[in-house]
Design a protein around this ligand. Structure first.
Ligand SMILES: Cc1cc2nc3c(=O)[nH]c(=O)nc-3n(C[C@H](O)[C@H](O)[C@H](O)COP(=O)(O)OP(=O)(O)OC[C@H]3O[C@@H](n4cnc5c(N)ncnc54)[C@H](O)[C@@H]3O)c2cc1C
Length: 221
């Protein structure tokens, strides 16, 4: 007797499109120029950049390739909006805060360049984002967010009152909305996560032809 359906699985359904790869791809090297721990976006981005520049690089991964957060993400990409709205910037001294924002904006551009350069099949869409207000007080908070975004990131956020929102939204349950631009989504049409991008990235790295070995370390180094 089980409460689960016959086809129940604990694997995320988006791995059907691009699953982590458990196939060991090499032996631990005797030596290397750069050893990168982890085959998430951070590790793969660094490895690809190094490999493209002729550096011998080995990616050491404790689990199946792409098993981490990078193949589970919702795939939303913004340009500094979260840093501002979630208060993370408050933890930085002012000069570091503007550096962090500049980095975040540059990352947004970089992702588009990278996807284009490597021709990653990731369904990138520059699509904007809207935040619906659940209460009148929430609408006031969103208005404050719109001002913060304009001041700190230069991002234009458009506020639409409850009366105006029907031009954008066939839903009258919200108390107004904030619409922002310069937001992107990867793998938006086919699948809701980054697993496809992760798989594409791994393939490009394997294709570099440089002295690159992806090693399934088996155990955590
Ligand atoms: C459900 C979910 C939704 C998300 N949605 C978004 C989103 O919409 N937008 C967004 O920008 N971000 C989102 N994120 C966050 C984003 O996915 C992560 O910030 C990003 O993928 C981190 O990449 P990473 O390369 O640092 O880490 P990971 O992708 O986690 O890769 C780290 C890898 O290192 C390996 N590893 C760790 N320790 C060792 C060791 N000692 N030896 C060998 N290997 C090791 C792990 O097995 C793993 O494969 C989301 C995350 C989750 C979980």
């Amino acid at each position: 007797m089980t409460i689960f359906a016959a086809n129940f699985t604990t694997d995320p359904y988006w791995w059907d499109a691009a699953a982590p790869d458990a196939t060991p791809t090499g032996e631990l090297p005797e030596s290397t120029d750069v050893a990168i721990i982890g085959s998430g976006f951070c590790g793969l981005a660094a490895a690809l950049e190094l490999a493209r520049n002729g550096v011998r690089v080995d990616v050491l991964e404790a689990g199946p390739l792409g098993i981490g957060a990078s193949s589970r993400s919702g795939g939303m990409v913004s340009s500094g909006q979260k840093l501002v709205l979630k208060g993370a910037l408050d933890a930085f001294p002012p000069e570091k805060a503007s550096e962090a924002l500049a980095d975040s904006r540059a990352t947004f551009e970089f992702l588009q360049t990278l996807i284009g350069r490597e021709q990653l099949d990731a369904d990138l869409q520059i699509c904007g984002r809207f935040f619906g207000a659940f209460t009148p007080a929430h609408y006031a908070t969103l208005q404050n967010h719109a001002e913060l975004l304009a001041q700190k990131t230069g991002i234009h956020a458009r506020m639409l009152s409850r009366a105006e929102q029907r031009f954008l939204l066939a839903d009258s349950s919200k108390f107004g909305i904030m619409a922002t631009y310069r937001v992107a989504a990867v793998t938006a049409t086919r699948i809701v996560t980054d697993s496809r991008l992760s798989a594409e990235w791994r393939a490009r790295l394997a294709d570099t032809g440089a002295d690159t070995t992806i090693v399934d370390a088996g155990t955590r180094p």
